[in-house]
Design a protein around this ligand. Structure first.
Ligand SMILES: *[C@@H]1O[C@H](CO)[C@@H](O)[C@H](O)[C@H]1NC(C)=O
Length: 337
């Protein structure tokens, strides 16, 4: 379409030229001659560049065939797995299940010498409860250049969907945000790609790939369950992964075309990681951390004042924060700044 209209413009302007020319024909010819030689120079240069480029691509593909992780994954990988465990424990508030699952999943995966598959984690939970935070802790401990590493690939699903080639032949961390908005056809593409990495020789290095899916799918059901648990007077810490998994099994039965249904059934997702709704005490922890980070003195009266400005649900109980810790930083700025 575009090329077509460009063509039309060209022929238009050519028509204009031939009308204008009359008196300046000779100059026009000289200009045209110059243009021709410029053009042929241009093509020669392009040819050279093309040959060089083809050579480069050929060498690169031979190299990548021998070493699928490119030039420096090994030196870029810091794989500080024990550090991830420590950081999750110290810095992530109110997510005892996620903290345990993520820590042990990474430990087990990278302790295996014969893991012949990527690790696939799926984080589920309400907004602001720490899914992105946990992802960034993993990223920071995985790579020397932390979040700036060229081995971190983040895709915001509705905006940017990767081509096969962006996933193939690269090691590292692949983060897919807003998976709840994914098209099912795309989902099966990702599924096939991940399944295709399985059972390959260790030297292929696919065990060095980690996929993390982020979504709020199931967040509502998790919230309901945690609310019931709290109303029953039970301790939050006694919530188990098992009962959370049952919630997701129930969801799949009700909505068999949920984006993660197929992935769970075919074991593409190694670990489903539920994130719990945050309580007021966790919001206060986030506020304290934010104040300290910004260099303010932590006064409990101030912490409570900021926590009071957040919204809580359900009406009447107000157990859980509507936006988790997401709005804490901007609230702190408004009140203290
Ligand atoms: C690993 O991570 C921990 C926790 O963040 C950190 O204290 C430690 O310095 C890290 N170790 C290395 C070798 O980077």
């Amino acid at each position: 379409m575009r090329a077509h209209s460009d063509d039309e413009e060209d022929s238009d302007s050519a028509g204009q030229k031939s009308v204008e020319v009359t008196g300046e024909k000779s100059q026009q010819v000289i200009q045209a001659g110059e243009e021709v030689s410029l053009k042929s120079n241009y093509y020669k240069k392009n040819m050279k560049m093309g040959v060089l480029f083809a050579l480069f691509v050929l060498l690169l593909s031979i190299y990548l065939h021998k070493n699928p992780h490119g030039f420096c994954l090994d030196s870029e990988f810091s794989k500080n797995i024990s550090g991830i465990g420590l950081a999750l424990k110290a810095e992530v508030y109110g997510q005892h299940i996620a903290q345990k699952v993520v820590t042990s999943a990474l430990k087990n995966h990278f302790a295996k010498y014969n893991a012949r598959k990527p690790l696939v984690l799926s984080f589920h939970g309400w907004t602001g409860v720490g899914k992105n935070f946990v992802t960034s802790i993993i990223t920071e401990h995985f790579f020397k250049h932390k979040t700036h590493s060229s081995f971190v690939h983040k895709f915001i699903v509705p905006v940017h969907f990767p081509h096969d080639s962006e996933i193939d032949n690269k090691g590292g961390l692949f983060i897919f945000d807003e998976m709840d908005k994914i098209h099912l056809g795309m989902m099966s593409t990702i599924k096939d790609i991940i399944l295709g990495f399985r059972g390959k020789e260790v030297a292929a290095g696919y065990q060095n790939m980690v996929f993390i899916f982020l979504s709020n799918s199931g967040g509502h059901a998790v919230n309901q369950h945690v609310l019931k648990h709290a109303l029953d007077g039970k301790l939050r810490q006694s919530l188990m992964l098992k009962e959370m998994e049952l919630i997701f099994q129930g969801m799949i039965k009700q909505t068999p075309d949920a984006w993660f249904a197929d992935l769970l059934k075919s074991d593409v997702i190694d670990h489903l990681v539920p994130f719990l709704p945050l309580e007021r005490t966790h919001v206060k922890q986030c506020i304290r951390r934010d104040l300290i980070m910004k260099g303010f003195h932590v006064r409990e009266a101030l912490v409570s004042e900021i926590a009071d400005q957040m919204e809580y649900f359900p009406d009447g109980h107000g157990f859980f924060s509507v936006s988790g810790c997401k709005k804490v930083s901007s609230r702190v700025d408004v009140i203290v700044g």
